[in-house]
Ligand binder design. Structure first.
Ligand SMILES: Nc1ncnc2c1ncn2[C@@H]1O[C@H](COP(=O)(O)OP(=O)(O)OP(=O)(O)O)[C@@H](O)[C@H]1O
Ligand SMILES: [Mg+2]
Length: 311
């Protein structure tokens, strides 16, 4: 399926969907204090890999996910998403690349509450500029893949947790993203339902060659994936595929690091992670190009509402 709004051309196509080099993330918690949370992470993810990122609570998984998902920018370091240097993008392009290249799946599903399963899946397509009939057709195909066709007219409140997550996965797939980025997608589900969700990820990976980044603290689920990156206290302490690291061509990594200082950030004002966010975000305003709620991105994640958020 061809993206209609795509004007962001990759600088390179070397088969790596994530090229992260020396990623540092610092939060400013009021002058003069700053807290370095990620201390320089380097890793690459090739297209088609199912990789898990594991680590204890507070180790920096969601902070890293926000950077991988272009919801936040590193304080320093370089990040190329599917060949595109996200630090060089304007606000509008950033939300566009997010809508087209990342399919988010959150622990708390984050479906738009007063909208049917079908319409939820259609939302990212709406922001990508597809017509009503194209949207409906594509959304129906996706609901079939996740075996939710019979529930297409159900509201989220009429669905079980596992069913909601399947709809959220269908929504994540809508624009055929380069990466499905899932932060504790089974965390709110019982083990049997979590198993079904995990099987669905395997199906998308095996049958459709999807690149999946699974963030979890469940080592058993992680062990099912192609590769495990373990983080602790903001450092990568092991990577089952060390060879993929540092594979990025040096010419792409020579650019001046982007440094972002948010003068308004104070304390934990921005700290609402996906897991803490309310289950049902507000429906997107008609006509806005960003479509954050359309992707299930909770309010409160840095730069999720990009209007004026990125300097
Ligand atoms: N906006 C912020 N300001 C200050 N500190 C923050 C902010 N966001 C996150 N942190 C801190 O960064 C660390 C990593 O948080 P993060 O949410 O990335 O952890 P996590 O590995 O996802 O944990 P969990 O498994 O509980 O979801 C924590 O110590 C957290 O308190
Ligand atoms: Mg987290």
């Amino acid at each position: 399926m061809k993206h209609k709004n795509m004007n962001i051309e990759p600088e390179t196509d070397n088969g790596l969907v994530i090229q992260a080099k020396d990623i540092v993330k610092t939060f400013y918690i009021g002058q003069p204090n700053e807290l370095e949370i990620l201390h320089g992470m380097t890793f690459n993810v090739p297209k088609g890999q199912f990789v898990s990122i594991v680590g204890q609570s507070g180790s920096g998984k969601s902070t890293l996910m926000n950077i991988i998902g272009a919801l936040d920018r590193p304080t320093s370091g370089n990040y190329l998403l599917d060949g595109v240097d996200v630090s060089r993008l304007k606000d509008k392009e950033l939300s566009e690349i997010r809508n087209l290249k990342i399919g988010f799946v959150f622990q708390t599903f984050n479906l738009v509450s007063r909208t049917s399963a079908l319409k939820n899946v259609e939302l990212p397509l709406l922001y990508a500029g597809y017509s009503a009939s194209e949207r409906k057709q594509r959304a129906r195909e996706l609901l079939e893949i996740v075996e939710m066709s019979e529930r297409e007219q159900h509201m989220p409140s009429e669905l079980s947790g596992g069913q909601k997550q399947r709809v959220a996965i269908a929504r994540a797939m809508a624009n055929d993203p380069a990466i499905i980025l899932a932060d504790e997608p089974t965390g709110a589900l019982d083990s049997r339902t979590g198993r079904m969700v995990m099987d669905l990820f395997h199906k998308l990976h095996d049958e459709q060659g999807k690149t999946i980044v699974l963030i979890t603290h469940n080592n058993e689920l992680a062990a099912e994936t192609d590769r495990i990156i373990t983080i602790s206290d903001g450092n990568i302490i092991s990577d089952s595929e060390e060879t993929a690291r540092d594979a990025a061509p040096p010419e792409l990594l020579r650019k001046k690091p982007y440094v972002y200082v948010d003068p308004h950030a104070s304390g934990r004002a921005q700290d609402e992670t996906a897991a803490d966010a309310p289950e049902e975000p507000k429906a997107p305003q008609t006509g806005t190009p960003q479509g954050n709620a359309a992707q299930g991105i909770p309010q409160g994640i840095p730069h999720a509402a990009v209007e004026g958020g990125v300097k």
